[in-house]
Ligand binder design. Structure first.
Ligand SMILES: [Zn+2]
Length: 349
């Protein structure tokens, strides 16, 4: 079968090739791939900056934002042939650490977790894949191709749970929510937040095009420019850019008692020590919390599936801006100005 594979840490090694059918030891549920979303992590792996092949192998099947159709439900009692499913990405570490032991692999303490398409387990960019029944999430059939947005939505489901958990440490009225960044994660965050909060704002660099339109279609307010120039102090900021200057502005602008949740990963070197002390002072004097959030556990997968079903289908469909055939995967990895979510389509829905 065809698969998109890469030799991790080797730039330019990605290729479409024929590999063996998925091993029965990978799980009893056999799935025909429909589509796989492409994200920044995939680009980093192809650029040789990240990723690990399974033990004893040199190449990794790429892809972690899956959508497929069940060919054989195997040992699953809830799935049947033809169901739409998405595969959970992370597996608990084998030790296991306390959090993995209770099913919170997203909070893994020792870093020995594995992840499909990223860390030591093959991903979903192959014509067929297998999964253990407990790691297959059934998607409402009415969502169709939009089920490919489930994995990025799980990141939001967890991040919002973190925000609420922190907020509930005291009496809390979170009225004004700001999302920084209008990429797929930022827009899905805005979509999920606008189901709960009335005053939702999204900030991104671009001034025109589909991103401002999508934000306004949610009934939210779009801003371009700097967080510092906003005329209000957010109660919650969901940071989805990973850009240092955006985070710096967010730290200054967050309201007293407010929560900043970081979902974006960036870089940019070390800040001088006094800047960190200034940030700490701001956090102390305003009871602010800066909380990082990564990955998702099964509860978040369930919540994300619920959120996708409740979202406006037409709006969601506008997030998928390009579909490429597996043969054209290099183009799928390119970032074009109007791209939001690009998917590689393996079969018709
Ligand atoms: Zn663990």
């Amino acid at each position: 079968m065809k698969a998109i594979t890469v030799e991790p840490k080797t730039p330019g090694s990605a290729r479409l090739e024929n590999i063996a059918e998925p091993d029965a030891r990978d799980g009893s549920v056999l799935v025909e791939a429909i589509a796989v979303g492409v994200c920044g992590t995939d680009v980093e792996i192809v650029e040789g900056k990240y990723g690990w092949a399974p033990p004893g192998q040199s190449r990794l099947v790429l892809g972690h934002e899956s959508l497929g159709r069940v060919i054989d439900p195997g040992a699953s009692r809830s799935l049947k042939k033809g169901d739409l499913v998405v595969g959970i990405v992370r597996r608990p570490d084998p030790v296991p650490c306390p959090n993995c032991a209770v099913g919170e692999w997203d909070m893994c303490r020792n870093g020995q977790y594995t992840e499909r398409g990223i860390k030591e387990i093959h991903g979903f960019m192959s014509e067929r894949w297998r999964t253990e029944p407990e790691y297959a999430v059934k998607v409402d059939s009415s969502l169709g191709i939009l089920g490919v947005l489930l994995e990025p939505m799980t990141v939001i489901a967890k991040a919002l749970e973190q925000v609420v958990a922190v907020g509930q440490r005291s009496y809390w009225e979170a009225n004004k929510v700001l999302v920084t960044g209008a990429g797929p994660i930022g827009l899905l965050a805005a979509c999920a937040v606008s189901m709960r909060a009335k005053d939702v704002h999204v900030l991104d660099r671009v001034e025109t095009g589909v991103k401002p339109e999508l934000v306004r279609a949610l009934g939210a307010t779009y801003h371009s420019g700097r967080v510092m120039d906003l005329g209000f102090e957010p109660d919650v900021i969901v940071e989805c850019t990973g850009v240092g200057s955006v985070l710096e502005d967010a730290l200054h602008k967050i309201g007293a008692g407010g929560v900043i949740c970081l979902t974006g990963v960036g870089g940019g070197g070390a800040a001088p020590g006094h800047a960190v002390a200034d940030i700490a002072a701001k956090l102390v004097l305003n009871n602010n919390v800066l909380v990082g959030s990564v990955n998702a556990n099964k509860r978040h997968w369930y919540k994300a599936a619920q959120a996708l079903v409740q979202a406006d289908r037409k709006w969601l469909s506008r997030l998928i801006t390009r579909r490429e055939a597996p043969e054209n995967f290099p183009q799928a990895l390119e970032r074009r100005p109007d791209d939001i979510k690009v998917i590689i389509q393996f079969s018709e829905i």
